[in-house]
Design a binder for this molecule. Structure first.
Ligand code: FMN
Length: 227
């Protein structure tokens, strides 16, 4: 009888220890996830599907773009998205689109105000889709329109949550005059152990009005980089 009681108590002790241990483990996991995301309220899911899959397997083209034209009207595809397509097609890489959780306003002026506020607050707007698993890629292109001289803050949300140190990272942008802005510098700061190579930029209007010449500019730039 005494043995049975001891065995019963032992089982209870083991079960309690397992429950307590699991909870401690879970809370440490939550804490470390929160610590990694101090600057963002985004709950980011990893291992998102790439938008387009090529044959190369080593190149990923990440981009953010809007289909609302700066000079009014809707574009069938955003300026930067089209440049991303040209890069993806030439490198035969994969591509991944950064999609905002909360869509930006339709109007140009209202969007500039939202973008300005995000920049002033050093915000990290939430990304709607799960982030890509970048383990297998050796080169990652990161493209976006220039907003107030730099990458839109949602691209910074991506950078805070996807570690590209040790890889080759290359910026590309479309803009109406600011060129690459300070995108290369931002990449260097975010990824001190990445190799940041020469980026590509063109005016948004060029993409809209003369896509084939932009495609050929993109191809020459990529040839120069050896892709
Ligand atoms: C919020 C906002 C801010 C912008 N800020 C700049 C800027 O600082 N410099 C610039 O040259 N163009 C600026 N533009 C123009 C865009 O960079 C340009 O139109 C770009 O091609 C849009 O790309 P998309 O079609 O991929 O969104 C801005 C546009 C928006 C909507």
């Amino acid at each position: 009888m005494k043995k049975r009681i001891i065995a019963f108590i032992s089982v209870i002790v083991v079960v309690i220890a397992a429950i307590v241990g699991f909870n401690v483990y879970r809370s440490s996991q939550n804490n470390s996830a929160q610590n990694n995301n101090t600057a963002t309220k985004t709950s980011v899911k990893k291992n998102g599907k790439v938008t387009t899959k090529g044959k190369n397997g080593k190149v990923l083209v990440v981009y953010f773009s809007r289909t609302k034209g700066v000079y009014g009207g809707n574009l069938s595809r955003g300026n930067t998205a089209r440049v991303a397509d040209f890069i993806q097609e030439k490198t035969k890489g994969d591509s991944y689109e950064i999609v905002p959780q909360k869509a930006y306003p339709n109007g140009y002026d209202t969007t500039t105000r939202v973008a300005q506020r995000e920049q002033d607050q050093n915000a990290r707007p939430a990304i709607k889709n799960a982030l890509p698993n970048v383990k297998k890629y050796s080169t990652v292109f990161i493209g976006a329109p220039i907003w107030w001289g730099e990458y839109p803050m949602i691209v910074r949300t991506f950078m805070d949550n996807v570690d590209l140190n040790g890889k080759t990272v290359i910026p590309f942008t479309t803009a109406e005059g600011s060129g690459l802005g300070n995108t290369a510098e931002t990449l260097r700061k975010s990824y001190p152990k990445a190799k940041v190579r020469k980026g590509f930029t063109t005016e948004g209007n060029n993409v809209k009005n003369d896509p084939s010449s932009v495609r050929s500019d993109v191809n020459s730039w990529l040839d120069g980089l050896g892709y």
